[in-house]
Every structure is written in C-alpha cells, then in structure tokens.
Design a protein around this ligand. Structure first.
Ligand code: SF4
Length: 258
C-alpha cells in the first residue's frame, strides 16, 4: 500500500530550473566546440572523430536521462532504482555548474543548496517507504551542543546529562522514544565512519546548507531527509533545530514493529 509521507518539498523548483538551464548551456557549448573541431578531427583520423562523437552522445544521453528521472521523482513521486546511478552522475556533474550559474545570476549559493535539499527530500517522498527503527540514523552537527558544555558527546551522545541548555537533550529523548540510532559528527570523515558502522537505510540529517548538500551528494542514493539548523548566534555556534519537525517526519516514516 502506498504511504503518503507528507514531506515538505516546496522550494525544489529553483535547483531544477538552474540545473536544466545549466544542461542546455553545456550542450550548447559542447555542440559549438564539436562544430569547430570536428573537421580537424576528421582530417587527423575518421575513427577518432567518430569515437569523440559517440562519447559526446553517450554523455548527452546520460545527463538528459538523469535530469528527466530527477523531474519524475520530484513531480510524479516515482523512483526508478535502475536510474539512480544516472541521476547521481547528472547531479554531481550539474551541481557545480548550477552554483556557477547562480553566481552569474546573483542567486546566493545557500539559496541553491537550500533548494537542492528539497529536491533530495523528494526522493524520500517518492520511495513511499517506512523503515524499521534500527534502519534509521539521526545525524547531527557538533555545533548543536552548547559551547560551554564540557561533556563529550561525539563518541556517545547519550553522555548528555540533559541540562537543557541545548537541543541535544531533546534529540536524545526523541531517539530513545523511537528507538532509532543517533550520532554527532564533527566532520565529513566522521559522518562517513558513522554511516559505515550503523549502515542506515534512511538518514535524518541536521546541518547547515553546505554540510547538508555535501553529505547528501556523498551518500546518494541512501535517502537523506535534510533539516537546516538555525543559527541565532551565527554559524557553527550554539545552533538550534526544530525537534518537533524531526519528530513529525520520524513518526510518519517509522515502521512500528508488532
Ligand atoms: S543538554 Fe546535554 S549536550 Fe546540551 S549542554 Fe546540556 S549536557 Fe551538554
């Protein structure tokens, strides 16, 4: 039975539009390049010219298919597993060009990253799946911990003594309530190590735009629900998270074991 996970994905249009425009620009540039260099290549060797043209066609086919499957996931809420590697190649290729295009159009980088988080969240909606508690990992950034707290929560977040000065306390309670894995990562390497160790099938990640997108691109196609942290005191210090949003997502996505 299909499950409506009601995950908010509004805001994905910006990334999708920029990615599509980037694709058209890249195709235009490469076609123009081909037009100028193909006579020269034919002069050197006909087979060389044919091979370059074949490679170019494969490249177009891959990237265009990736974008089409991305649109299908975002708007029709369907995921084709066989297409996930193609989608990954397309996103990884187009993401930096999208950011560059955004720079030319004076669109802030974080706004594009923010939009990509919604694109990525569309995958969870499209999978229409629920997960057993042990398959879920809540991954948090270290900056959520109160800066004055001396307790080491990196290795074991349950060391938190629940003084209530930061959101870690509520997050630990949330993980215990739903019996899901929870961990704090101080960087990409540690995050990767935690993921290898816990082997999650779904990650609920809290971070800033940059870390969230880097992590999502890194672990794709593991579904990641991304939630941006709030930074009332500036970046990387005493950041906050709306625990109630995480709980809402968790309550919909968890498969209750009988
Ligand atoms: S809630 Fe936990 S992690 Fe946060 S300051 Fe208190 S003891 Fe430290």
């Amino acid at each position: 039975m299909a499950i409506d996970l009601e995950i908010n994905t509004k805001g994905k249009e910006l990334f999708l539009s920029l990615a599509t425009i980037s694709l058209i620009i890249i195709m235009g540039i490469t076609t123009l390049l081909w037009y100028f260099i193909s006579p020269r290549l034919h002069e050197i060797n006909t087979y060389l010219a044919k091979s370059v043209l074949t490679l170019l066609r494969i490249f177009y086919l891959l990237i265009i298919s990736g974008i089409i499957f991305l649109y299908i996931t975002c708007f029709l809420e369907k995921v084709f597993k066989f297409a996930l590697p193609i989608v990954r190649i397309s996103i990884n290729f187009l993401f930096p060009i999208t950011v560059l295009l955004g720079k030319i159009l004076t669109i802030p980088k974080d706004k594009i990253r923010n939009s990509y988080v919604y694109v990525n969240n569309s995958f969870i909606k499209a999978y229409k799946k629920q997960y057993a508690p042990h398959e879920i990992l809540i991954l948090l950034p270290h900056c959520l911990q109160n800066i004055e707290c001396k307790i080491r929560i990196n290795y074991n977040i349950e060391n938190c003594v629940h003084c209530g000065k930061c959101d870690i306390s509520d997050l630990v309670n949330l993980a215990q309530k739903y019996k899901v894995n929870i961990a704090v990562a101080t960087g990409g390497t540690l995050a990767r190590r935690i993921i290898i160790k816990t082997r999650p099938k779904l990650i609920l990640a809290v971070a800033c735009e940059r870390d969230l997108v880097d992590g999502m691109l890194d672990v794709f196609p593991i579904p990641v629900y991304g939630l941006l942290n709030e930074r009332p005191e500036g970046p990387c210090i005493n950041t906050r998270v709306k625990t109630e949003i995480l709980e809402k997502v968790l309550s919909k996505i968890i498969r209750r074991e009988i």
